[in-house]
Design a protein around this ligand. Sequence first.
Ligand code: 13P
Length: 253
Amino acid sequence: MRNKLIVGNWKMNLTLEESRRLTLDIRQGLTNLSEKAEVVVCPSFVHLANVHYQLPSSIKLGSQNVFWKGNGAYTGEISCDQILDLGCSYVIVGHSERRKNLKETDAMVNDKVLECLQKGLKPIICVGETKDEKEKGMTEEKVTQQVELALEGVKSKDVIGVTIAYEPIWAIGSSNSAEPSDAQIVISRIRDILENNYSEKESEIIRILYGGSVNPQNIASFVLEKDIDGVLVGGVSVKANEFVGIVKQVMKI
Ligand code: 13P
């Protein structure tokens, strides 16, 4: 049985003091976390160390990105070893904002996934279609391609360390989330891809999340869907009350 995973992606937000306050408020709000829900927060790189020291061990830390090479002459980049040292266990990889603004390709995403798995970090691989692709009926094709390319060369024994997040690009930051039943269809398709490329065992272990305008009002309808194992939350994850509210609702289900 997969337990639910709730990931807060704080994106490029908050001062050091604001991130300290947010961490303390989340900590206070989530003193009774149960096994039913695993919670991860992903601050900016520059705040990871501070957030790490303030987080209880029941809440995990993730980074929003990582470089695909080990320590060395890569100015401005951050290695797996460095974020492991700061207490991270998860890394968001291939977020659509990076694919768009930083021109991250599927090959780069694959390199990052391989490096994370080799170093013992759990990549959260983001996939999803644009509005245009959705309107052209290309959602399945796009998501299949992104999942398969991200996992190229990943062995069965390692793939269980991966989480996939289906984030339709048109739903991100739009207050216009996908219909939970539509997200379920895409996510069950992703589970089929995992079964075809690995086996039923792996496809039943790997968690697949939904992301895109998740809030306390719509969270229940997503996690009640059979294949949706949790959520990747953006905007609302920097509001302690709302993020805590999301986690509490998931624990009640
Ligand atoms: P929003 O929750 O703001 O739509 O962002 C989703 C997202 O991009 C999480 O990675």
